[in-house]
Design a protein around this ligand. Structure first.
Ligand SMILES: Nc1ncnc2c1ncn2[C@@H]1O[C@H](COP(=O)(O)OP(=O)(O)OP(=O)(O)O)[C@@H](O)[C@H]1O
Ligand SMILES: O=c1[nH]cc([C@@H]2O[C@H](CO)[C@@H](O)[C@H]2O)c(=O)[nH]1
Length: 365
């Protein structure tokens, strides 16, 4: 390496984006002479090439259900034990999948670890994921199981009468499959898990997350009946987002205390060791608390409810987006409430209204 080449290397080290023209001026030589030095340095292996630096954003792994949802809305008051006139429709669902799709719309690049059958529903879910850019490369397939499905029946006012979940496929996920997927995923800033997988698989998810330095864990229950799939390791949970009824049930399961009071529910969950807890309560909005501080509350914004499915998932997506972009919990809850409002005002479980432009506009408001 001659003197000029040594200076060029030093200048590139100080500013990897320095142009050949700038180098020429600093060395008092022509730009074409600089081009000659650069090709010589490249041949010598001192310069490996020019590269664009991508903004990868925070890595986030979402784990849990990807279902087909069947929505049945009665057109008249329910008549139990009889045939009821209704309007039906199918949509994509699954708490983990809904959250992952919302995050893709918001401009993030989440990886979804789920399990799908080999049927029409899985074909539809895979095709849609490919179209919207949702990464399913870590997901598993079962040829002998049906893709998860969720059938919800609503009264004419859009209130849920009952829902039925066929999700046996999720119980087939084995801890060693979870281990392999974590190895493939590499480092993530956040792991967010719903409670569709079995307790054994969930244990492995918590173990793998704890073993990955600096990775935060969010747990988002899908229903009160699946709360027993959360391993009792509250101190490993950085963020717990659950609705009021789930909070009452979890506190009872974990501590034996029976209470409906938000302050007491928060107290118990944070005392057990959870770092940040958010309890959503329908039109009342969200209560939240960080361990060692006071409970706070934000009311839900005025909303014209069209369809309630997916509101909780949109809320969780807004919170995860905001926290993974290093915003404080107050701001994350505000984003969650606004995402839930947009979803409630749409018939879609995941609404395309909540997208990158939307995120920018609410950040400025
Ligand atoms: N009737 C409503 N009016 C206004 N906002 C609502 C209403 N219902 C739900 N929300 C919003 O959605 C958020 C989540 O709703 P909720 O507490 O019912 O959780 P969830 O049971 O997980 O929801 P879902 O199962 O319907 O997705 C609330 O915190 C609130 O912001
Ligand atoms: O047990 C479950 N019930 C419902 C859901 C999903 O909840 C979504 C609405 O919040 C809906 O899409 C359904 O599939 C799930 O993933 N597991």
């Amino acid at each position: 390496m001659n003197e000029k080449e040594k200076i060029i290397i030093e200048l590139i080290r100080q500013d990897p984006f320095i142009t050949q023209q700038d180098l020429a001026e600093r060395l008092n030589v022509s730009r074409s002479a600089v081009a000659g030095y650069i090709s010589s340095l490249t041949r010598q292996g001192m310069i490996k090439g020019r590269a664009y630096v991508m903004n990868e954003g925070p890595g986030i792994l979402i784990i849990g259900g990807a279902n087909m949802d069947r929505k049945i809305t009665l057109t008249e008051k329910v008549n139990m034990g009889d045939s009821n006139p209704a309007a039906t429709g199918n949509t994509r669902g699954g708490v983990a999948r809904n959250i992952a799709e919302n995050l893709v719309h918001m401009g993030m690049d989440p990886n979804l670890l789920t399990v799908l059958g080999q049927d029409q529903d899985s074909e539809h879910l895979r095709k849609h994921a490919a179209e919207c850019g949702l990464d399913l490369s870590l997901s598993l397939t079962r040829s002998d199981q049906s893709t998860g499905s969720y059938t919800a029946i609503f009264n004419p006012d859009h209130d849920l009468i009952l829902a039925a979940a066929d999700m046996a496929i999720y119980d087939t996920v084995m801890p060693d499959e979870v281990r392999k997927s974590f190895r493939k995923a590499g480092h993530c800033e956040w792991v967010a898990v719903d409670t569709n997988f079995s307790l054994e698989a969930m244990r492995e998810i918590l173990t793998q997350t704890a073993a990955s330095k600096g990775t935060k864990l969010a747990v988002i229950p899908v229903s009160a009946s699946k709360l027993n799939r959360i391993p009792y390791r509250p101190e490993q949970i950085n963020l717990l987002i659950l609705n009021h009824f789930e909070a009452i049930t979890l506190v009872k399961n974990w501590t034996g205390h029976v209470t409906e009071d938000e302050k007491e529910l928060m107290h118990h969950l944070t005392e057990e060791g959870v770092e940040q807890v958010i309890i959503t309560k329908g039109a009342e909005g969200a209560y939240y608390q960080e361990r060692g501080s006071q409970m706070r509350h934000q009311p839900a914004p005025q909303t014209n409810v069209v369809d309630v499915t997916g509101a909780g998932d949109a809320f969780s997506s807004g919170v995860l987006f905001s926290l993974s972009h290093n915003n404080p919990l107050d701001e994350a809850v505000r984003t969650g409430l606004l995402a839930a409002k947009a979803t409630l005002e749409s018939t879609d479980t995941v609404t395309s209204t909540v997208n990158e432009t939307w995120i920018k506009s609410i950040q400025q408001s």
